[in-house]
Ligand binder design. Structure first.
Ligand SMILES: [Zn+2]
Length: 62
């Protein structure tokens, strides 16, 4: 099954997978760096205490 270049939709060349050429690879890379270079830290991570790290109490022996 032949895949197509995600940039220009041409036939993918094995040497430049998953693109058709080094040029398209660079285009994709620049898109990546331009669009998702900085990660928005708007929403704070929600941490729920309890539930996950559930520890059982040690039973006394003897
Ligand atoms: Zn291409």
């Amino acid at each position: 099954m032949a895949k197509s270049c995600p940039i220009c939709a041409k036939a993918v060349v094995a040497a430049h997978r998953p693109f058709c050429s080094q040029r398209c690879a660079n285009v994709d890379l620049s898109r990546w760096l331009g669009g998702n270079y900085r990660i928005p830290t708007d929403e704070a991570p929600t941490v729920h205490e309890g539930g996950l790290g559930e520890q059982e109490q040690e039973q006394e022996q003897g």
